[in-house]
Design a protein. Structure first.
Length: 398
């Protein structure tokens, strides 16, 4: 509203001041400024209208002051006419640039949906939500990635962060996502999926090495929720540690038992991936995120701590969790984030009310975690402070 009113106020001010000011005063600067102010923000029709109003105001003012048809009047009138014409031209150029920007944004949006499609809210019996927040204004996609897929072996997911930015990072994202989609359907273990991603990045790096444009360094977490099991299988390749939020607000940091190099660095050393098994009781939510979250800073340079801020809180759905995180990070940083942020949350729904206790106890593999949650037992476990979870190694690799 202020932008729309300012050009009219300039015309009014030029007319009023010119009418009551001394004879040596001219309102031409105000009349000339009005269309220039309107040009970047208003439509072409409004800009031309403001320019015409400024010309009429200048003529009417000089008629009242009896300066027609003197030389100073003609100079002032030609100045206002020239500036008004330039304002219309500037407006046309800005509108043309806006149309081009809108076209580029539409292409970027389509590219994002193609490379990082929004996952369904329900996949393989799990509640799913994903969020991507680009650090650059008007950007849609960068070097962060995520994917969730229902496979014959269970629900598999990946979240990662490609080194670097720009088109090279986006191309690496497409390679990782494409390799994951294929490997998730074919590989019987999540370790096998990780090795397929490693080979895909190495192959693409060799093919593109001469161009020196491929970003082959990718930190990633791969996760699998096997069918009919209340557990997670995780492979962490140098990525930020995931979080497990239980239904009662307890939070666990899923620290890997053995740290591994990121994907694409296999030439520095080779060793077999070992999936780590984590209990995944009913009502629990797995949160995967990139360092755009953990490295977000406030005005004093302090990092955002997701562990401290999420511990003890309960969220009814993964979407509510991601919405809360995004809003809090924007407030925490004042909207000035410096890195892209990708979030992926997967929740195992509560077990049915009838026969829940027995089913949960059996699915938990005798650990008692899910059973304690359902029947209210285990007071000591409920008061346990948030901390890292020590995973079990996958039996598939012993």
């Amino acid at each position: 509203m202020l932008v729309r009113v300012v050009p009219l106020l300039l015309v009014v001010c030029g007319f009023v001041l010119g009418l009551f000011a001394p004879a040596t005063f001219t309102g031409a600067p105000f009349f000339a400024a009005a269309p220039l102010v309107a040009a970047p923000f208003a439509s072409s029709r409004v800009t031309a209208g403001v320019g015409g109003l400024a010309v009429v105001g200048e003529i009417l003012l000089q008629v009242i002051r009896g300066r027609l048809p003197t030389g100073p009047f003609l100079i002032e009138l030609s100045t206002v006419l020239t500036v008004a014409a330039l304002a219309v031209l500037i407006n046309a150029l800005i509108r043309r640039g806006d149309r081009r920007l809108a076209s580029v944004q539409n292409v970027a949006a389509v590219a994002q949906r193609a490379v990082l499609p929004v996952p369904a809210e329900r996949i393989g019996g799990l509640d799913v939500a994903a969020q991507y927040e680009a650090a650059e204004a008007d950007a849609f996609i960068g070097g962060d990635l995520y994917a969730v897929q229902d496979t014959p072996y269970g629900v598999r997911m990946v979240l990662g962060d490609v080194r670097g930015k720009g088109l090279g990072a986006v191309e690496a994202v497409s390679v990782v996502i494409g390799a994951f989609r294929e490997a998730a359907e074919q590989e019987p273990t999540v370790e096998g999926v990780a090795q397929r991603l490693e080979r895909a990045l190495a192959r693409e790096g060799l093919r593109r090495r001469a161009l020196d444009a491929f970003e082959g360094f990718t930190t990633a977490v791969l996760a699998e929720v096997p069918r009919g099991a209340a557990e997670l299988r995780l492979v962490n390749r140098g990525h930020t540690e995931p979080l497990l939020l239980e239904r009662d607000g307890r939070l666990h940091v899923l620290t890997p038992g053995e740290h591994a190099l990121p994907l694409g660095m296999g030439e520095l050393g080779a060793w077999p991936d070992r999936a780590e098994i984590i209990d995944f009781p009913p009502g629990a939510t797995l949160l995967l995120y990139t360092d755009g979250l953990s490295e977000a800073r406030d005005a004093r340079g302090r990092f955002y701590d997701p562990v401290a801020r999420l511990s003890g809180r309960v969220f009814p759905h993964p979407r509510a969790l991601l919405t809360t995180i995004t809003e809090e990070v924007l407030r925490y940083t004042g909207g000035a984030t410096t890195d892209d942020m990708a979030l992926l949350a997967v929740r195992r729904p509560d077990a049915p009310a009838q026969g829940t206790t027995g089913a949960s106890a059996g699915a938990a593999g005798g650990t008692g975690t899910a059973a304690e949650t359902e029947v209210g037992a285990g007071t000591a476990a409920e008061t346990e402070a948030p901390g890292p979870v020590t995973p079990r190694e996958s039996l598939d690799n012993n």
